[in-house]
Design a protein around this ligand. Structure first.
Ligand code: C5P
Length: 371
């Protein structure tokens, strides 16, 4: 694998630079303007006008919805409620998508009674079962009865870029971004800590996005302790994922507690900080054995990537099916591009792949996507 400057990323075999089945809309948006400003009231516009209005500071709120990797993931116990206790360093990364929030009209005959979600990904539910819509429902339920925020509905446009069933927390990030957006529009009645606690009510991986980017997570994953990023921000990585995703419950069901690592998670955390880069010993994931049982090709790609020059560690993130090849933080001006075997071998033809980097957010601001 080569460490290439961004301008050199174009690679061989007639394959696109970045194979992202969901990328069309989002790729365009990645190059477009990114807004952090908020209008307290949005003028009613059509969906097409909403996209155009996203370039104006008085238009709909446009936010980057990132994703995450687990630098290590230890499962510490099985709980009586069927969930598992974990201990993990979650880190936010810059693979993500744009979400636009347009306030729907309130009051009077044309008043909205539910959120609308417009999404370009086939098969993605856009009703109240979608995690982003659930997050808006949750936010309204937390607002004082009779306040505008308790009855404010949104039209969300979402160009999906982060694959589903990937262990990247893409849906959870959409929910976290929706909570952040609703709170901004409402004038920030809730703190980030409150939003994190609320997020934990609807999913295990939502709260982590309310850290500054790096977090030591315990419980189901919803107990989030902000930590200083253990590795240099900008550390490059390559993400690869087969077309099929893995179901989190199925991976947990296949977990044999006897096959776990014996490493103390606090030592793993300290080890990463001291070393300032990943390693095979530190980047452990207890969900790899069950995931590799269900999808043996993940173990093969992990081992092949681990041998590549410029890769400090390769490991699965979350419950898979994405495998991360982590580059060297000291080379953070470079990005990792896929090795030639990955680009050329028929069996990887339909795999998703993307370069990504570790990112953080500033106090009071949301994450920003790649420049
Ligand atoms: O919270 P989330 O919706 O991601 O969890 C999906 C499923 O994964 C849970 O219903 C549970 O079966 C399993 N899970 C678990 N322990 C966790 C997180 C998830 O067993 N910490």
């Amino acid at each position: 694998m080569t460490l290439a400057a961004p301008s050199q990323q174009l690679t061989a075999a007639g394959r696109p630079l970045c194979h992202r089945p969901y990328a069309r809309l989002a790729a365009r948006r990645r190059n477009g303007p990114r807004l952090a400003s908020v209008a307290s009231r949005f003028s009613p516009t059509t969906v097409a006008a909403a996209a155009a209005a996203a370039s104006s500071s008085s238009g709909p709120l446009s936010l980057f919805s990132p994703s995450k990797i687990n630098l290590f993931l230890r499962i510490t116990a099985r709980r009586p409620d069927g969930f598992h206790e974990l201990a993990s360093i979650f880190h936010v990364i810059d693979l993500g998508e744009n979400m636009t929030f347009e306030e729907l009209p309130e009051g009077g005959a044309g008043s909205a009674a539910k959120d609308e979600l417009l999404c370009d990904a086939e098969g993605m539910p856009t009703d109240a079962t979608n995690l982003a819509v659930k997050a808006l429902d949750l936010f309204r339920s937390k607002m004082p009865a009779g306040s505008p925020a308790a009855t404010r509905f949104f039209r969300i446009t979402l160009g999906k870029n982060v694959p589903h069933g990937a262990g990247l927390g893409g849906g959870s990030a959409n929910a976290a971004t929706a909570l952040w957006a609703a709170n901004e529009v409402a004038g920030r009645p809730a703190s980030a800590a409150q939003l994190a606690a609320w997020g934990g009510e609807i999913g295990s991986d939502i709260s982590v996005f309310f850290s500054k980017g790096a977090a030591y997570c315990t419980g189901r994953g919803e107990l989030v302790e902000d930590v200083k990023p253990p590795l240099p921000l900008g550390t490059p990585m390559l993400l690869v994922k087969p077309p099929a995703g893995l179901s989190t419950p199925a991976v947990f069901r296949a977990l044999d507690l006897g096959s776990r690592s014996a490493a103390d998670p606090l030592r793993l955390s300290a080890g990463l900080r001291n070393l300032g880069r990943g390693s095979r010993e530190l980047c452990v994931n207890d969900l790899e054995p069950p995931a590799f049982l269900l999808m043996p090709e993940l173990e093969e790609v992990k081992e092949r990537l681990a041998k590549e020059r410029g890769v400090d560690a390769s490991f699965m993130t979350g419950s898979g099916s994405t495998v991360v090849a982590l580059g060297n933080g000291r080379e953070s001006s470079k990005s990792l591009s896929p090795p030639s075997w990955f680009l050329e071998e028929e069996k990887y033809k339909d795999w998703f792949w993307s370069p990504a980097r570790l990112i953080a957010r500033a106090e009071g601001e949301w994450y920003r996507g790649p420049e």
